[in-house]
Design a protein around this ligand. Structure first.
Ligand code: UD1
Ligand code: MG
Length: 455
């Protein structure tokens, strides 16, 4: 089905985010733990949005204001519902009854602890509904099916889902498992859900029983297949790390498909929002924190750490550079080894090649900042700005004590401590004068001749 056909069908996504996540051993609820710098909940919300959901309902546990806040941050129009008692997945979906009752063509049910499902897969579930199924379940074949619900098929049709704990030996031999996520036709969703009882081992209202309900009502149920990786559910920190590594691999492949060269992709780490242009070259061991954009043709040398930074076209960074939030490098700028930049604009072609700290500064085009230069931007209470005009030259090992302005084209002599503004094209020297005492060393040695040296 084309995206157009899909978008003519109205879709509600119900996201179950009530999980306690005790196995995370965390002060934070499980679904707020992050993959690629974004909460698992926000991943799921972004993915269903991309799959064309028109409305989102998030079901949270009682008292979970933090989860509600994150849901609203990620999807401002999300409706929040509270499941007051944990009585099973069908019961959780029915907490969002009011949203479902508003009438949608497709109702997608998702788990907020299953963050890697792609919009394409949600699209396939919706396609099954568009083709007449009342229900579409997501199936996968895990290496070890124990614990999962089994998809029971007869003649290519899904007839039931049996929870592991309720399954017979024969049913347990089935390898095709339920990933948990499901799509329900809006026209029958509520009647199916409301018909579900809790006569099972766990005394829970199982969402999975919607399949048998649908069959009883004469509807068809369909299975869409996914990979184990895609439907990975996170229950502990080990699975969180597995999800992270799958996500990183996706980001690396996407960056390379979009025209960036990663010399050692497995050593480059991305955030969910990292953007690399074409012909960007990323050397080994680079970390992109949140909010990084690297424009076409830029080079990020090995062992650099970037966060909240923009690297202009053709600029070079590192090796061993740290770009902190608000570092904006202009076209062709160069930031070299052991340089830290924070909240600073670095003009086109400017060079900060070695061992510098530049914070709260604006550096004009073509400026050269010598090795060891420090902007002294903080007095323990407030932060102050340093402005360096285009074409200025800052000698090595200078301290620029902010607030201070260096005029265009000015020179600052090496080793200066600059506390006053410098006029354009002037030379500023802020250091002790060199004195010379002729022959001093000779006399010194002569005075000490014959004395034993302390070791
Ligand atoms: C569920 C499926 C199972 C599937 C498995 C995949 C059911 C009955 N079973 O089992 O077929 O193989 O997922 O991982 O659906 N939740 C609530 N409220 C509740 C109960 C659950 O919000 O009252 C949420 C949980 O936080 C979780 C999700 O629903 O995000 C699934 O619940 P969970 O208890 O993990 O179900 P499983 O037993 O894993
Ligand atoms: Mg589970």
């Amino acid at each position: 089905m084309s995206l157009n056909e899909q978008s003519s069908r109205r879709c509600l996504a119900v996201v179950l985010a009530a999980g306690e996540g005790t196995r995370m051993k965390s002060a934070r609820p499980k679904v707020l733990h992050e993959v690629g710098g974004r909460s698992m909940l926000a991943h799921v919300l972004a993915s269903v949005r991309a799959a064309g959901a028109d409305a989102v309902a998030v079901v949270i546990g009682p008292g979970r204001q933090d989860v509600a806040d994150e849901a609203r941050r990620a999807a401002p129009d999300a409706a929040i519902f509270v499941q007051t008692e944990r009585l099973g997945t069908a019961h959780a979906v029915l907490a969002a009854r009011d949203a479902i009752a508003r009438g949608y063509d497709d109702v997608l049910v998702l788990f907020a602890d299953t963050p890697l499902v792609t919009p394409e897969t949600f699209g396939s579930l919706r396609t099954a509904l568009a083709q007449g199924a009342a229900l579409a379940a997501l199936g996968f074949e895990p290496p070890d099916p124990a614990g999962y619900g089994r998809l029971l098929m007869v003649g290519g049709e899904l007839t039931d889902i049996r929870e592991h704990k309720d399954a017979s030996e024969d049913e347990r031999a089935v390898r095709l498992c339920n990933a948990g996520l499901m799509a329900l036709a809006g026209s029958s969703a509520l009647s199916l859900l409301e018909g579900i009882g809790n006569a099972n081992v766990q005394k829970e209202f199982y969402l999975t029983d919607a399949v048998a309900q649908a069959r009883r009502a004469g509807h068809r149920a369909h299975v869409v297949l996914a990979s184990s990786e895609e439907v990975l559910g996170v229950n502990d920190r080990i699975q969180l790390a597995t999800a992270e590594s799958i996500f990183q691999q996706r980001m690396r492949l996407a960056a390379m498909r979009d025209g960036a060269t990663l010399i050692a992709p497995d050593t480059v780490f991305f955030s969910h929002d990292t953007r690399l242009g074409r012909d960007v070259l990323v050397e080994p061991h680079v970390v992109f924190g949140l909010g990084c954009v690297v424009e076409d043709g830029a080079v990020v040398h090995a062992f650099s750490h970037l966060e909240g930074a923009t690297v202009g076209e053709g600029a070079t960074v590192g090796p061993y550079a740290r770009l902190r939030p608000g570092a904006n490098l202009g076209v062709g700028a160069k930031v070299g080894n052991f340089v830290e930049i924070k909240a600073s604009d670095v003009g086109a072609g400017a060079k900060i090649s070695h061992l510098s700290y530049v914070g709260d500064a604006s550096i004009g085009a073509g400026v050269n900042i010598g090795a060891g230069t420090i902007t002294c931007n903080y007095d323990g209470f407030d932060k102050f700005r340093t402005e360096i005009g285009a074409g200025a030259f800052i000698g090595s090992n200078s301290s620029l004590v902010a607030p201070v302005k260096i005029g265009e084209g000015a020179f600052v002599g090496s080793g200066s401590v600059v506390t006053k503004d410098v006029s354009p094209d002037a030379l500023a020297l802020g250091r002790g004068h060199q004195v010379e005492k002729a022959g001093w060393a000779h006399h010194f040695r002569a005075a000490h001749a014959g004395r034993p040296k302390k070791r």
